[in-house]
Write a protein that binds this ligand. Structure first.
Ligand code: ATP
Length: 485
């Protein structure tokens, strides 16, 4: 399934490998003519849903920020993944996700061998883990999380790349931030980081936005922008990349109201995906158990989508408490307190964060739209995007390239173009032209035929039902605007 999507993405211009003619750059992708429209539409729908509200303001902070920001946020100390290398083939793995690369059968074998050589003390530790976790995958992961046990388990594990047994290095922490330098001197004093999340740009502008917009709590700040993470393993197409885009909104609330707002944003965010065509069965919340919460979070959940390779996070919703603003107050020595004039008190607000990946949800929308159908004995591939997300909204076909049909088709094209993305196609059999638009996910195709010459009506064909309706040319624009709403 993923292979089919990757191939369609390249063939039709949704997504290309970055720097493909040089063999590609791992973990980076380029959005082609159709992809850039789809991505833009996703971001636009998010922006409208999140900021066309009384209580949310927009922001566009710079990617490079003062290095102290990342000290205060904890990223320099904590934004690390444990990694191991295979000494034989040098393949590198994230320790915490090593289990994903090992089959169930092999995992069972490794665990059996591991259990055989345990000291009494370690046996007790393992028993404790088994009491909490009953599933094989969870047990494997939990053993890897324990420093001493993980070394023993790794001693029995084969490298998923070359198969060599027990030849892993000890786990080392690897910081995921990309480093670079400002100015001409490459010294430690000039280090800056490519932001690994857009959120910090919002936190450090809390006071600026609040003072300039005169917002009162609760209110939010929203931002869309690039983020960079030097992921140890990139995988699954757009799911885990080194450069990606985030759509984040930080909602500042009175500390005692945190739960209410957290629950409200959870519901709003999952509804957003549903309203754009993702079925409820393909979406779920994965609440983080309290022992797995990030250092800044009081409560956290992931909105997950069922990808062909399993459930995967597309958005995180977190109660970040007053952690971020308190840290920035401490490190910058600038007050981040809010004066609540209802109760005449100052306090640091709590933050409810909704953090979505634009590129990851792009992939979810792409997969969700993909359909193969049989029509009159032939296969039809159709991308059933929600009309709001579809890269091209309408295609215009003169049935033949003569008899005045192209002129009328061009007339319609110039009337529609200022309002929507239009595609003009006069080449090949009309059936083939429909199929090409089905693959691009274009919701409507207009055909100018012989009858048009007599009564100025055209056919408008709907992508999913393939039904055609005759309408007056004069009514087209309004009809399309209504349907694309
Ligand atoms: P993961 O556990 O998958 O690495 P995370 O929990 O670190 O993700 P967050 O820091 O909560 O992710 O980031 C918020 C959102 O940003 C994620 O839900 C995801 O959509 C997106 N995102 C994070 N890392 C990547 C990446 N490497 N590539 C693409 N999107 C990403």
């Amino acid at each position: 399934m993923i292979e089919k999507i990757v191939s369609l993405s390249k063939r039709r211009g949704f997504v290309f490998q970055s720097s493909e003619i040089y063999g590609g750059l791992n973990g980076c992708w380029d959005y082609g003519p159709l992809g850039v429209e789809l991505l833009k539409n996703i971001k636009e729908e998010w922006w409208k849903a999140m900021t066309y509200r009384e209580d949310v303001e927009g922001l566009d902070a710079s990617i490079l920020m003062h290095p102290k920001v990342w000290e205060a946020s904890g990223h320099i100390a904590n934004f690390t993944d444990p990694m191991i290398d295979c000494k034989q083939c040098n393949a590198r793995f994230r320790l915490d996700t090593l289990g994903d690369a090992i089959s169930e059968k092999k995992k069972k074998k490794i665990i059996r061998a591991f259990e055989e050589n345990l000291s009494e003390e370690n046996k007790n530790k393992v028993d404790k883990i088994y009491k909490i976790h009953s599933e094989l995958d969870e047990r494997f992961e939990a053993i890897l999380e324990n420093k001493e046990l993980s070394l023993k388990l790794l001693g029995e594990a084969n490298c998923p790349n070359c198969g060599t047994k027990g030849e892993f290095t000890e786990p080392r922490n690897f910081n995921l931030m990309f480093k670079t330098f400002v100015g001409p001197v490459e010294s430690d004093d000039n280090i800056v980081y490519l932001r690994p999340e857009t959120a910090q740009g919002i936190f450090v502008n809390f006071m600026n936005v609040q003072n300039s917009s005169r917002q009162k709590l609760p209110f939010g700040i929203a931002q869309i922008g690039k983020a960079f993470r030097n992921e140890i393993n990139t995988k699954n197409f757009l799911f885990r990349t080194r450069e990606f885009e985030q759509m984040e909104m930080q909602y500042f609330v009175k500390p005692t109201d945190d739960k209410k707002h957290y629950d409200e944003w959870k519901e709003r965010r999952i509804s957003w995906y549903k309203a754009l065509g993702i079925s409820g069965e393909k979406l779920r919340f994965h609440d983080h158990p309290s022992d797995k919460l990030a250092h800044y979070a009081k409560e956290a959940t992931d909105v997950e989508y069922e990808f062909p390779f399993g459930w995967g996070e597309i958005e995180g919703i977190h109660n970040r408490t007053d952690f971020d603003l308190s840290k920035h107050q401490e490190y910058s020595t600038k007050s981040q307190q809010y004066f609540d004039d209802e109760i005449k008190e100052k306090y640091i607000p709590y933050i409810i964060e909704t953090s979505a990946g634009a590129s990851r949800s792009f992939m979810a929308f792409l997969i969700n739209a993909y359909n193969e159908e049989e029509v009159n004995g032939e296969e039809r591939v159709v991308m059933k995007f929600h009309p709001k997300l579809a890269p091209i909204k309408v295609a215009i076909f003169p049935l033949v390239n003569k008899d005045g049909m192209p002129e009328i088709a061009r007339e319609i094209e110039s009337e529609l173009r200022p309002y929507m993305k239009v595609f003009y196609d006069s080449k090949g059999a009309v059936g083939r032209r429909y199929r090409r638009q089905d693959e691009a996910g274009t919701p409507y195709c207009i055909t100018i035929d012989n009858q048009t010459l007599e009564d100025r009506t055209v056919t408008i064909r709907e992508r999913d039902t393939m039904e055609q309706q005759r309408v007056q040319i004069d009514e087209l624009l309004q009809l399309l605007i209504n349907r694309l709403k």
